[in-house]
Write a protein that binds this ligand. Structure first.
Ligand SMILES: Cc1ncc(C[n+]2csc(CCOP(=O)(O)OP(=O)(O)O)c2C)c(N)n1
Ligand SMILES: [Mg+2]
Length: 792
C-alpha cells in the first residue's frame, strides 16, 4: 500500500498554537461513532425494513460512508466555519445526512425516507436536499472541480468589494474519493487554477485505495503528491495513526513501517478484511526479513493486532484534527488521508464492498457492538458512553450548528425594459450579440457591473471583444497589456486586473461549465448575485456536456451563448459544425434554449434571459447563434409580437385563415425560408411563414398544455397552427437535426415534411451546402410540394 507514498510522510505543518479542549476528542469520537451508526442504519432501514413495492434493491453506500466517517466528523463538527463551502464525495451522502441530523439540520423523517420520494437524497443535492448542501455531487470528479471555480468566484467578489471583506474568506472544500482522481476534469481544473492562482481551496482525498470494481493500482498515487506540488499546492499526507506511529517508535519498530510500506494495496485490503489472524499469519511468514516485528506480534492479541494494523491516520481523529487545524493560510492544500473502505464494518477492506450492505444478522451484531438498544436506533445519543446533555451542548457550540446560515440572500439586479437593437441592414446574430454586449459595457448601470463573461479561449471569435475592451479581463493582480505597451497595433485590449469582468479560460469546455456553475451560484454561495455569460463554439457543448448538466442540476443560473453553429458555418467543415446541440437544449432540464434569426429578436431575448436567470423558478438560458449575416427586417416589434418572440414563435408572414400550407423555419435559414415562401405563395395563396425562435419553449408549452387535460388545449404552437386548415401541409426547416421541429406535425395534425441536417457537415459555401443538405430555397419548395400532396 502503502507502498504508494512509501517513505513519503510529507511535511505536515506545525499543529495550531491553540490547544484543543481536552474533552473535545472524546465528544468527537463519540459523535463519529454515532454518525457511523446512523449512516449504516439509514441504509439498512431503506433496504431491509421499509417495505419494497417494486423488488428493486434500494442501495446506499455503507462502506464509502464509513471510510469518510472521521474526516467528515472532524470537518462538520469542528473544523468548518459558516463561510466554508463543501462538495462531499457522492457516496458519502448517508454520512453527510447523519452529521446534518446531529447538527439539527436534517429530520428523522427524511432519514427514514432515505432514497424514497421526498426523503434524504442518495447523493447530496442542492435542489432536493436544500439549504444544507453547498454543491451537489453524483458524477464523480465534478464536485471536486467546482470547488476550484467557486474559490475563483469568491476572489472575484471580494476583490471587487461585492461582498463584505471584513471577515476571513471561506475555504472551498472538496471531500473526494481517491478514484475521482481518475477523472480528467480534475486535472483540467488544476491547470486552470494554477493560471488563476486560486486560493482557499482544500481537497481532502479519502485514500481508501478502492474504487467501485476493486482495489486500485498502487502506481497512480505514487505521483499524486508530486503532481499537486508542481502546481503550487501544499500536500499534507495523513498516513499512519497515533498507534502505528507509537509502534514505529519502538526499538526495531521501523521494520513494521517498512513491512507496511512495501505491502501492496490489494494484500493490505485483503488482510484488513481477514482481521487479526490474517495479519498474524502474514507477518509471521516475513519474520526472517523483519525480525523486529516479533515483539509486536507477541504483545498484541488478534483483536489488538487488527486495530494496530488498520490504524491509518484518516481514522485517527487526533491526527486529522491536527492536520486540518494546522493549515491557517490560503495556499491551496491537498490532504491525502489514508483510510479503509468500510472501516469498522464487517466488510472493511473487501474489494467488492462498494455496493455491499450488511445483512440483517451482521447488522444485529453491529447494533450490539454499538450498544444501541432496540427501538432507539434513531436516537442521537443512544449507546454512547458520554452524557447526552454534554454531547448536545457540545454540538450546540459547533460553528455550523446555528440555523439558516448557509444559503445567502442576494438582491435582484434591475433589467431595463428593453435593450437597444443594433442597427444595420445585414447582421449575423453573433455580431448583434457582440454589439448589444458592447453597448452594455459602455453604460454605467448596475446591470453591467454584475455581468461577468467567460470563455474557453474563444472570447474574440465569439464576439466578446467589444465587451472585453471596455470591461477588461479579471485577474487577482494587475497585468499589463504588453502588445499595447509595445505599441503593437491590436483591436483587442488584453490588460488584466481585479476590476476586470471577463474570466479568460484555457480551452477546456468542461472548465467553462464548471466556472458557469460556480458563477451562477454566486448569490446563494456568497450573497452577491452575478449575471454570468459564457461563450463557446456550439459543437463543443458536447465536450462539456456532463458539466453543463451538472451546472443545471444544481440550479446554477447563467446565459450560454453558443456560436458559430450548424453547416451555416460553411467553410469550417464538419469538425466545427453542430447538429444535435439544439436537441440537447430541448432535452436539458434547467435550460431554456433559443435560436433567433434576427437582431431585434435577440435583443428582446437577451433582456428576457437576464431577468429569467434571476427568477426564483427561472432557468439558465442557451442561445444558439450564427455567423451568417442576413438582411434584417426594418420593423418596430409591437408588445404582442415581443411576447410571441419570447414564447417561441410568431407569424413572419400571416397565413390566410384556413390556409393550405405553412413554412416554419428556425435560425439562420430564415432567408431561404422567406425566398421559398415568396415563390410558393404565388401557387398557394395565403400560405404562412412561421418564425420559430425557440423550439424548446414551444415543445415544453405544448407538453404542458396537452398534459393539463383541458380538452382542445394545444398551447402556443397549436394556437398558431390552428390558423391553417386542419391537416394542412407544413414544412419545417432548421440548420440542425430535423427532429428539433418534426414533432410540430402532431400538434394540430399537419402533414409535415421536416428539413434539417442529419449527416456530418463538410466544407463548402452556403449555396453548395444548403443544396447538398436540402436546406435551400428549392429544397423548401420541393418539400412544400410533397407536404401538399400528403395533405390532400
Ligand atoms: C462520472 C461517473 N462515472 C461513474 C460513476 C459510478 N461510480 C460510482 S462510485 C465509483 C467509484 C468511486 O470510488 P472512489 O471515488 O474511490 O469512492 P469511495 O472509494 O470513497 O467510495 C464509480 C465508478 C459515477 N458516479 N460517476
Ligand atoms: Mg476509494
Amino acid at each position: 500500500m502503502l507502498r504508494a507514498l512509501a517513505g513519503g510522510q510529507a511535511a505536515r505543518p506545525e499543529p495550531a498554537a491553540e490547544p484543543a479542549p481536552s474533552n473535545k476528542l472524546a465528544y468527537l469520537g463519540a459523535l463519529q461513532r454515532k454518525a457511523l451508526w446512523l449512516s449504516t442504519w439509514m441504509i439498512h432501514n431503506a433496504n431491509h425494513l421499509r417495505p419494497s413495492r417494486d423488488g428493486l434493491k434500494v442501495g446506499g453506500h455503507q462502506a464509502s460512508s464509513a471510510s469518510a466517517a472521521t474526516l467528515m466528523t472532524a470537518l462538520y463538527l469542528d473544523v468548518m466555519r459558516p463561510q466554508d463551502r463543501v462538495a462531499v464525495k457522492p457516496h458519502a451522502a448517508p454520512m453527510f445526512h447523519a452529521l446534518q441530523y446531529l447538527l439539527g439540520h436534517q429530520t428523522r423523517d427524511k432519514l427514514e425516507r432515505f432514497r424514497a420520494l421526498g426523503g434524504a437524497q442518495s447523493y447530496p443535492s442542492r435542489s432536493k436536499d436544500g439549504d444544507i448542501v453547498d454543491f451537489s455531487t453524483g458524477s464523480v470528479g465534478l464536485g471536486v472541480g467546482v470547488t476550484l471555480f467557486a474559490s475563483l468566484v469568491q476572489d472575484y467578489l471580494r476583490l471587487k468589494g461585492l461582498v463584505p471583506t471584513d471577515g476571513p474568506p471561506g475555504r472551498m472544500i472538496a471531500l473526494a474519493g481517491d478514484a475521482e482522481l481518475d477523472e480528467g476534469n480534475i486535472f483540467e481544473a488544476l491547470l486552470e487554477g494554477w493560471k488563476h492562482d486560486v486560493r482557499n481551496l482544500w481537497w481532502i482525498i479519502d485514500y481508501n485505495r478502492q474504487s467501485l470494481d476493486a482495489v486500485v493500482s498502487d502506481r497512480l498515487f505514487g505521483r499524486i503528491d508530486a503532481l499537486f506540488e508542481m502546481f503550487g499546492w501544499r500536500v499534507v499526507t495523513l498516513k499512519y495513526g497515533r498507534l502505528l506511529e507509537a509502534a514505529f517508535a519502538r526499538p526495531d519498530g521501523e521494520q513494521l513501517r517498512e513491512w507496511i510500506d512495501s505491502c501492496p494495496n490489494s494484500l493490505y485490503s485483503a488482510l484488513v478484511y481477514k482481521g487479526g489472524d490474517g495479519w498474524r499469519d502474514h507477518l509471521q511468514r516475513d519474520l526472517n526479513r523483519y525480525p523486529g516485528i516479533r515483539a509486536i506480534l507477541d504483545e498484541h492479541n488478534d483483536e489488538e493486532l487488527s486495530r494496530l494494523m488498520t490504524n491509518l491516520a484518516g481514522h485517527d481523529m487526533d491526527a486529522v484534527l491536527d492536520a486540518f487545524h494546522a493549515v491557517s493560510d490560503d495556499r491551496p492544500t491537498c490532504f491525502i488521508a489514508y483510510t479503509i473502505k468500510g472501516y469498522g464494518l464487517p466488510f472493511a477492506g473487501h474489494k467488492d464492498n462498494h455496493a455491499g450492505l450488511m445483512n440483517p444478522e451482521q447488522m444485529a451484531v453491529f447494533q450490539r457492538s454499538m450498544g444501541v438498544p432496540a427501538g432507539e436506533e434513531w436516537e442521537p445519543y443512544a449507546g454512547l458512553d458520554l452524557p447526552a446533555a454534554e454531547l448536545a451542548a457540545f454540538l450546540r457550540e459547533t460553528p455550523l450548528a446555528p440555523e439558516g446560515v448557509r444559503w445567502q440572500p442576494s438582491t435582484t439586479i434591475a433589467v431595463p425594459p428593453s435593450l437597444p437593437v443594433p442597427n444595420g441592414r445585414r447582421l449575423s446574430t453573433q455580431e448583434a450579440f457582440g454589439r448589444i454586449l458592447g453597448g452594455l459595457a459602455a453604460g454605467k448601470g448596475e446591470l453591467a457591473s454584475r455581468i461577468v463573461t467567460t470563455s474557453p479561449d474563444v472570447t474574440v471569435s465569439t464576439n466578446l471583444g467589444a465587451w472585453v475592451n471596455r470591461r477588461g479581463i479579471f485577474d487577482r493582480t494587475e497585468r499589463s497589456d504588453t502588445f499595447r505597451e509595445e505599441k503593437v497595433v491590436s483591436a483587442q485590449r488584453w490588460a488584466m486586473s481585479p476590476q476586470g469582468q471577463h474570466i479568460e479560460l484555457g480551452i477546456a469546455e468542461h472548465n467553462l461549465f464548471l466556472q458557469l456553475a460556480a458563477l451562477g451560484l454566486a448569490g446563494p454561495l456568497f450573497g452577491a448575485r452575478l449575471l454570468p455569460i459564457g461563450t463557446l463554439y456550439d459543437p463543443f457543448i458536447k465536450r462539456g456536456l456532463d458539466a453543463l448538466n451538472y451546472a443545471a442540476y444544481q440550479d446554477a443560473r447563467f446565459i450560454l451563448v453558443a456560436t458559430p453553429s450548424g453547416i451555416t458555418l460553411a467553410p469550417e467543415g464538419g469538425a466545427h459544425q453542430s447538429i444535435i446541440e439544439p436537441l440537447v437544449g430541448l432535452g436539458q432540464p434547467g435550460l431554456t434554449t433559443f435560436e433567433p434569426a434576427y437582431a431585434d429578436e435577440l435583443a428582446i431575448l437577451l433582456r428576457w434571459a437576464m431577468a429569467e436567470i434571476q427568477e426564483e423558478a427561472g432557468e439558465s438560458v442557451y442561445f444558439r447563434l450564427s455567423t451568417r449575416p442576413i438582411d434584417q427586417p426594418q420593423r418596430e416589434l409591437a408588445p404582442e409580437l415581443e411576447r410571441q418572440v419570447v414564447a417561441g414563435a410568431y407569424w413572419l408572414r400571416e397565413p390566410a385563415d384556413g390556409a393550405e400550407l405553412a413554412i416554419a423555419y428556425c435560425g439562420a435559414v430564415a432567408p431561404e425560408a422567406l425566398a421559398a415562401w415568396e415563390v410558393i405563395q404565388e401557387d398557394v395563396p395565403g400560405a404562412g411563414l412561421l418564425a420559430i425562435t425557440s423550439p424548446a419553449r414551444l415543445h415544453r408549452d405544448w407538453r404542458a398544455a396537452v398534459a393539463g387535460g383541458v380538452s382542445g388545449e394545444i398551447g402556443v404552437a397549436g394556437c398558431l397552427l390552428r390558423r391553417l386548415r386542419p391537416g394542412a401541409a407544413l414544412v419545417t426547416v432548421v440548420d440542425a437535426h430535423p427532429a428539433i421541429l418534426s414533432w410540430l406535425g402532431s400538434v394540430a395534425g399537419n402533414a409535415i415534411v421536416p428539413l434539417g441536417v442529419d449527416h456530418f457537415g463538410q466544407s463548402g459555401d452556403i449555396p453548395d451546402l444548403y443544396r447538398t443538405y436540402a436546406l435551400d430555397q428549392q429544397a423548401i419548395i420541393d418539400a412544400a410540394a410533397r407536404a401538399c400532396l400528403r395533405a390532400l
